[in-house]
Design a protein around this ligand. Structure first.
Ligand SMILES: C[C@H](N)C(=O)N[C@@H](Cc1c[nH]cn1)C(=O)O
Ligand SMILES: [Zn+2]
Ligand SMILES: [Zn+2]
Length: 514
């Protein structure tokens, strides 16, 4: 496809959030033949900020927790909320794609997976086509976990200029951000410079179950003609410097179930007489990783790609300190003190985390119970060149071996709940260049190129099935508290994130190549 280009000399002071940001004086920017759009689109984003915050408030109110079977109707309700918003803004061909029932392990065998929301804005063969992916499901949250305000009510802190709610940064804020960008283009009287396809799923926080199949199925149908995929579902490293992300770790999530007694028992009556499932489980979980973070399962570290000199150099110029980590974790408990070691252990080495125990006593008070059946939950973040199937075999064999040494009369079963591949790409492409220009325009700095310790299971599938590059364009900051209590999104990140998205669409549209 070709786009007619002109050289427009832009001499402008662009308002970014509430601050004046003198970004480009007499700066030559490749612009489409039409009027240079940023001034008006950016002004429209500023003007509509109260409405955009309001829309985010409506979206986060729906507790769309994909990992909680009882809340599945809420996940579906949120999909319908998105449909209503897409209709209001003028998206077309809106489809809710159903993915069938959720595979085991699951309580309700007939549990339906939440739908994937597909839609389009524009279908002009002369324009490039970008798929934007995000997820509308969220991690669990309850006020009792230690939140300062109700997690499913958007709390706008005027003083700190931030918005607090589950999903504010992960990933409802960025998803609603895309809607707002299209609205801002429309209401400022400009055509969107690209055709946009949205793909929003409701199972990302639970391993994106079912989405792979849909992408394969729709690669030559709904997604036909896609030039690039853009995902806004991760975070800056710190709190001030924007980043673009070219790598993710994968995630294999397991549960070990140990059961024995027919029901939960009185520990005064049965303690010391029967084999307790929790005691066995603690031994199995305790055998997986040590307190220094070393994975104790034989063969796992052997699969990790060796560090090359070339790769080691990539960590040199990254703007990140131990203080950034401490601020984000709210502690001084890092296992590594050197920023390079921290980043390598977040990005290019695997980690094993223990998440929790289902079925065990976990409330306040001092209940004297012997739980009859417990599920220990843990996951391994995977990296190049780990083989997922081989890893599963190693994990299951390890747990079986440790349990058999206990000579317990209980039963033990370890199974994979879900997995998602790691992803790494070459950021030297048109999409990253466009995002870099957009970031410079909005923030006045060139973004760092980073990898991410978290996972977005569908990323590799998009790259392989649509045969396109994938760009990760984060909106939030490293201290947003995704998956934690008091998750937040700074208002400036919301607003500037939308401006970056808007500018990215333009720069990508006018660039040569894909
Ligand atoms: C990075 C992204 N926003 C995210 O939080 N992803 C989750 C996805 C997940 C959940 N289970 C397995 N993968 C994550 O990295 O935990
Ligand atoms: Zn996310
Ligand atoms: Zn998440």
């Amino acid at each position: 496809m070709s786009v007619r280009l002109t050289l427009a000399t832009v001499s402008k002071v662009i308002r970014v959030g509430s601050s004046l940001n003198l970004v480009s004086q007499n700066r030559k920017i490749m612009s489409s033949a039409a009027e240079f759009p940023y001034g008006k689109v950016f002004a429209k984003i500023d003007e509509l900020k109260p409405q955009f915050i309001d829309t985010l408030g409506k979206a986060v109110k729906i507790p769309a927790v994909s990992g909680d079977e009882s809340l599945r109707p809420m996940v579906v309700r949120k999909a319908h909320f998105l449909v209503g918003e897409l209709q209001r803004i003028g998206f077309t061909d809106i489809q809710l794609k159903h993915l069938g029932t959720q595979p085991p392990p699951v309580e309700d065998e007939n549990l339906q997976l939440p739908p994937v929301v597909l839609s389009r804005y524009g279908n002009d063969p002369k324009k490039k086509t970008i798929v934007v992916y995000g997820h509308y499901d969220v991690q669990p949250a309850s006020f009792e976990d230690g939140w300062d305000t109700e997690p499913f009510e958007l709390y706008v802190d005027e003083e700190k200029q931030l918005m607090r709610a589950r999903g504010s940064t992960d990933d409802t804020g960025p998803v609603i951000g895309w809607f707002n960008v299209v609205q801002a283009y429309k209401e400022s009287g400009f055509e969107l410079p690209v055709n946009l396809i949205t793909c929003f799923e409701g199972m990302e926080e639970s391993g994106s179950i079912g989405l792979d199949g849909l992408i394969v199925e729709e690669a030559d149908k709904y997604f036909k003609g896609t030039d690039a995929v853009c995902i806004s579902d991760n975070y800056w490293l710190g709190t001030t410097k924007p980043v673009l992300t070219y790598g993710l770790r994968g995630c294999n999530y397991y549960q070990t179930t140990i059961e024995g007694p027919g029901a939960d028992l009185h520990s005064g009556i049965f303690g010391g007489i029967i084999a307790e499932p929790m005691v066995d489980l603690v031994q199995v979980l305790g055998s997986l990783v040590d307190s220094k973070g070393k994975i104790l399962i034989d063969g796992v570290d052997d699969m990790v790609a060796p560090l090359t000199e070339k790769e080691a150099k990539l960590y040199d110029g990254i703007d990140f300190t131990l203080d950034d980590l401490n601020a984000a974790s709210g502690s001084d408990t890092s296992l590594y003190k050197n920023p390079k070691d921290i980043l390598m252990h977040r990005w290019r080495y695997p980690s094993l985390s223990l998440h929790g125990v289902e079925g065990a006593f976990s409330s306040q008070g001092a209940k004297t119970v012997v739980p009859a059946k417990v599920h220990g939950k843990f996951s391994i973040r995977t990296v190049p060149d780990m083989d997922s199937e081989k890893l599963n075999k190693l994990v299951i064999a390890h747990c079986d071996k440790v349990f058999s040494k206990l000579e317990s009369p209980n039963t033990c079963k370890t199974e994979l709940i879900h997995d998602g591949d790691y992803w790494i790409s070459d950021p030297n492409n048109t999409s990253f260049t466009a995002a870099s220009k957009a970031t410079e325009l909005v923030y006045g700095v060139s973004p760092d190129l980073t990898r991410e310790g978290g996972s977005i299971p569908i990323t590799l599938t998009f790259e392989q099935q649509l045969k396109t590059s994938v760009l990760l364009l984060p909106m939030g900051r490293g201290d947003d508290g995704a998956h934690s209590v008091n998750e937040k999104l700074d208002i400036s990140n919301y607003v500037n994130g939308m401006k970056t998205m808007a500018a990215y669409l333009h720069y990508y549209a006018v660039a040569e190549g894909k």
